[in-house]
Design a binder for this molecule. Structure first.
Ligand SMILES: [Zn+2]
Length: 405
């Protein structure tokens, strides 16, 4: 049996995005994820960056496993397949459907939750974790006496109305008798709190609907946040609002969510159905990050071909602004205000958005449930990784009492 195990981060460590990791020994190996990274402002005319594939030994690495369908985990797969046409993509659920929208024909295997993937000397089992897109998995990777838990994006949500809790029990069983290594998401390490449950967000969304019964409502979120879309649909049904979708990405994710049964067969009205007298309309609109080509940007600039804002409208941001996008998002908020409509954010409704990543209280729960023998922070800029190391090394962390929601 091979003894030289090598773990190589190809992206996503020291940066946020372009997540890609290689596990390999002398005989065989596999890749985890293959995402894109959106460049900083000084990268002119570059739409996105991809990992450097030239470190991949094509003769022994013939498989890639996908943890979930976010662009920073699947966005560069078409480029990888171009570089390495023989590679097999192991994926499941939402990620599989999203990859199919990018690449028509590719070598793939749809993995089952109950089955172990065997690649060379590695045994890999998917572990359900909570996140902001359905079908997100951590990977339990058994190799000789070791068990690695590659926990890509996740949070711990015991109360979500839309997905099961983190499957700690399955992971614990797989780790029995092994030396355990946690490889854990650092994206939200600066938050000392427990990341909010989608249940709490749902309650705040209901408050918005209750408070603005007589106003036409616009609401925006990350289009891939299917649990959030489901909240909008459920509350719209309760308050008898007509649902209109505006924006290609919102349509795409809703269609896949319907196909996979995450969203009921709801009635969606065409954008032409809207006019300023229809106060009971809910327009779910894409563009919460200020993208110039988005539907929300066009609406805020009075350039939307079918819908116009007026002074009775409320535009709700069920999202946070990703660092770097502040200028574009603020421009949209200013433009909406100048058209006479109100912008509603977490300033008015503090729980209108929840992160999909673990705050320090989520990490404490994980570390209490799974007492890792070794720990490797992944996913995050260098500063985040260092903060994660300090957090784990803090011998007093159990005694600290952080604010809990
Ligand atoms: Zn993600």
């Amino acid at each position: 049996m091979s003894t030289h195990l090598k773990l190589t981060p190809m992206g996503g460590v020291g940066e946020i995005g372009s997540n890609m990791f290689i596990f390999e020994d002398d005989e065989c190996g596999f890749i985890i994820d293959c995402g894109i990274l959106f460049p900083s402002d000084n990268c002119f005319n570059i739409n996105y960056l991809i990992p450097n594939f030239y470190g991949i030994k094509k003769d022994k690495i013939k498989d890639i496993i996908i943890t979930h369908g976010h662009e920073d985990h699947i966005g560069a797969i078409a480029h990888l397949i171009e570089f390495h046409p023989d590679i097999t993509v192991h994926c499941n659920g939402f990620a599989y459907e999203l990859i199919k929208t990018k690449i028509k024909d590719f070598n793939h295997k749809v993995f089952k939750y109950t089955e172990t993937m065997k690649i060379g000397n590695f045994e890999i089992d998917p572990i359900h974790v909570n996140h902001s897109i359905p079908d997100t998995f951590g990977l339990s990777i058994s190799y000789n006496e070791y068990n690695f838990f590659y926990c890509s994006d996740f949070k711990v949500d015991f109360d979500s109305p839309y997905e099961k809790p983190f499957d700690f029990e399955k992971l614990k069983k797989l780790q029995q008798g092994k030396t355990t290594v946690g490889m854990i998401d650092s994206t939200n390490i600066l938050s000392q709190r427990k990341t909010l449950s989608e249940k709490v967000v749902l309650e705040d969304i209901e408050k918005v609907f209750e408070d603005f019964k007589d106003n036409r409502l616009f609401i925006t979120c990350f289009s891939s946040n299917v649990h959030r879309l489901k909240s909008f649909f459920d509350v719209a049904k309760k308050y008898k609002r007509n649902i209109i979708l505006s924006g290609r990405s919102i349509h795409k994710y809703t269609e896949i969510a319907k196909k996979l049964g995450y969203v009921d067969n709801i009635r969606i009205y065409d954008e032409d159905f809207d006019n300023i007298t229809k106060k009971n309309n809910l327009i779910i609109i894409s563009g919460c990050q200020g993208d110039f080509f988005s539907s929300l940007r066009r609406l805020s600039s009075n350039e939307h071909s079918r819908i116009k804002l007026n002074e009775n409208d409320k535009v709700v941001f069920s999202s946070k602004t990703i660092p770097g996008n502040e200028k574009s998002v603020n421009r949209i908020k200013n433009n909406i205000t100048e058209l006479g409509a109100d912008v509603i954010t977490n300033s008015e409704y503090p729980f209108i958005h929840a992160s999909g990543h673990p705050g320090q209280e989520d990490l404490k729960i994980l570390n209490k449930k799974i007492n890792f023998d070794h720990y490797i922070p992944i996913h995050g800029e260098s500063y985040f990784i260092k903060k994660h190391v300090e957090f784990i090394e803090d011998p007093y962390q159990d005694k600290l009492k952080y604010l809990l929601y």
